[in-house]
Design a protein around this ligand. Structure first.
Ligand code: SF4
Length: 334
């Protein structure tokens, strides 16, 4: 990884925001906006895996899709391989998109039931006009099917004939057939049985080392994030609250929210003295986020200052960032 860290970033995201207009009553005087992603900045190096974790509704999937412009961001900057992705359009956008792919959570919903597996995996090649003849396209697809562990004789079968794990392999084949440099993996194993999850995670790791791709790996499951990530970004209510190297973040979580998430991971007996931190209340509405620190309504260490002043994302060293007025000081018994 150290050689990679000396290279230029593959992706730079600066102050990314995505607001959705909320449905409001006929008599409402002002429009209400849901801040799904608010002021998110990060970089991603080639071949790196950035794990993105947080509760359901924290904006992690919207962030992943906004980075690919599958959802148009409201504001912010995205630089991909040094090029301004927000300003790209037409042919340039099509070319950049070919290098940035996504794997979805529900492989069945993301596969057209009327298309054979061969057709599904050929589709990106068609859109990008990446073959000289139909035979060449078929050869490429058969090769990719083999790489992801699908028997090439399934080429003419339909999605409903496959198990969940096999469907996710089809989704992966479709994502990698254009040999992208970046893949956003949006909860790719959440819908799978635990035994199948590890097979798919191992496949993603093998593909990363053989093809040199970088991943933005989105999951609500910290064990999965720990298994696959190089760095981890923790999101809460559309904001980044902590980010750092996996080891720094898991060994020394500095934000109370990260501490609460980590305390919920089942531990072997030797760590059984660690107490689970139960967060009070529900996730506040992103249409009306709390003032000051967005986490103060649920934080076990909140002080007066927390409800009035917004903490900045501070660097604690080694790129370990934390957005808390009392970074590292606020440890509950673990
Ligand atoms: Fe908790 Fe205050 Fe830190 Fe926010 S700033 S995480 S409320 S201690």
């Amino acid at each position: 990884m150290s050689e990679v860290m000396n290279q230029a970033p593959l992706l730079e995201v600066r102050n990314l925001r995505k607001l959705f207009q909320a449905k409001s009553s006929f008599f409402a005087k002002e429009k209400t906006f849901i801040k799904a992603v608010d002021d998110v900045s990060f970089t991603l190096m080639p071949q790196e895996t950035l794990g993105v974790v947080g509760e359901s509704g924290c904006g992690k999937s919207t962030m992943g899709r906004s980075v690919l412009r599958l959802i148009q961001p409201t504001s912010g900057e995205i630089f991909y391989k040094g090029q301004d992705f927000m300003k790209a359009n037409g042919n340039e956008l099509r070319k950049m998109r070919a290098d940035m792919q996504i794997i979805f959570q529900d492989p069945y919903a993301s596969l057209n039931p009327r298309m054979t597996i061969g057709e599904v995996i050929t589709e990106p090649l068609n859109i990008q006009k990446r073959y000289a003849s139909k035979e060449e396209a078929r050869e490429q697809v058969l090769k990719v099917m083999e790489v992801v562990g699908l028997n090439p004789k399934y080429y003419n079968r339909y999605p409903h004939e496959f198990s969940g794990g096999q469907r996710q392999r089809i989704g992966i084949a479709r994502a990698i057939v254009l040999k992208p440099s970046l893949v956003v993996c949006d909860e790719p194993v959440s819908a799978l049985d635990v035994s199948i999850q590890s097979q798919v995670l191992n496949l993603l790791r093998q593909l990363q080392s053989s093809m040199g791709m970088a991943y933005i790996f989105i999951s609500h499951n910290l064990s999965v994030i720990k298994h696959i990530s190089d760095r981890v970004m923790v999101m809460y209510l559309g904001h980044v609250v902590e980010m750092g190297e996996k080891k720094d973040l898991f060994d020394n979580p500095s934000h109370p929210y990260t501490q609460a998430l980590l305390s919920a991971i089942p531990m072997p007996e030797r760590h059984s003295t660690r107490k689970k931190i139960i967060l009070q209340g529900d996730l506040p509405s992103p249409a009306n986020p709390p003032s000051g620190c967005i986490f103060h309504t649920r934080c076990f260490m909140a002080q007066d200052i927390c409800s009035t002043q917004t903490p900045e994302l501070k660097d604690l060293g080694n790129g370990h960032m934390c957005a808390c007025h009392f970074c590292g000081q606020c440890k509950k018994d673990q």
